[in-house]
Design a protein around this ligand. Structure first.
Ligand code: SAM
Length: 239
């Protein structure tokens, strides 16, 4: 999968995306990452990208012709089916279902705003979709774009060393994940649940399922209401 990021701060991506599973996937060519500095499309010698808002008020607005030229540059390099996504607190809120949908695309162009945002006319003419990472306001779209890249990338089959680990993650089946334990067997008087030491894979699988159901019921009951329960799951939950 390919990502093309349009930003005023490309350096923010280079460091974050050089670590962990994503860093490895970029290095091995499973993920394509292109960074374009929106400032390169400024038309004046001061490399200006923003201006005062019409109508007055605080803050600056990203100029439409600069942003539009940066988007056109990315679009010419990306597959035709790769949408241009503007990260915005006013967009649709990201969740697992939307991440899974985006993960099926050949690529994404991610447009990061700064200041008060981008001139509305550039958004109307160049953007296919707006995505928010939650109901709060960030100083720029870069952290939101990194969240999208991370969440979407880990659903690519080549990116995680062990693809099964993503299949059991929270939200994938409409449930939260079960709790996890490692050595030592006793930590400050807290023991690892006996079943996990039993070597009985059937019992372990059933225990994990029961924990996932119980945890979802306690912490996010609305997820269970949306998803529903099978007969055996209902029995496990009431055990
Ligand atoms: N004035 C804008 C508003 O209230 O809707 C907020 C602008 S914000 C300071 C600057 C940039 O950060 C936005 O253009 C957007 O790209 C990004 N941003 C802020 N909050 C975000 C969120 N929750 N999700 C995605 N992007 C966000």
């Amino acid at each position: 999968m390919r990502f093309h990021v349009l930003t005023l701060f490309p350096g923010l991506f280079e460091s974050v995306l050089s670590y962990g599973v994503l860093g490895r996937a970029v290095e091995q060519g499973h993920l394509g990452l292109e960074l374009t500095d929106i400032r390169d499309f400024s038309r004046d010698r001061h490399r200006t990208v923003d201006d005062r808002p019409f109508g007055g008020g605080p803050g600056m607005v990203m100029r439409p012709e600069v942003t539009a030229a940066a988007v056109d540059h990315a679009r010419a390099r990306m597959p035709a089916e790769a949408p241009v996504v503007y990260l915005s607190p006013q967009g649709e809120t990201l969740d697992h279902q939307k991440v899974a949908e985006l993960a099926d695309l050949p690529g994404l162009t991610l447009l990061c705003g700064r200041y008060e945002g981008i001139d509305e006319r550039a958004l109307e003419s160049r953007v296919d979709r707006e995505l928010s990472i939650g109901d709060y306001v960030l100083s720029g779209g870069e952290l939101a774009a990194l969240v999208v890249i991370d969440a979407v990338s880990r659903l690519q089959p080549e990116v995680l060393g062990e693809p099964a680990s993503a299949a059991e993650d929270s939200f994938v089946e409409g449930l939260l994940d079960c709790p996890h334990y490692t050595r030592p067997q006793d930590f400050e008087g807290r023991a690892v649940p006996e079943v996990l030491l039993s070597g009985d894979h059937g019992r372990i699988r059933q225990w994990r399922r029961q924990q996932a159901l119980a945890r979802t019921w306690e912490r996010r009951p609305e997820l269970l209401r949306e998803r529903g329960l099978s007969g055996p799951e209902r029995a496990l939950l009431s055990e």
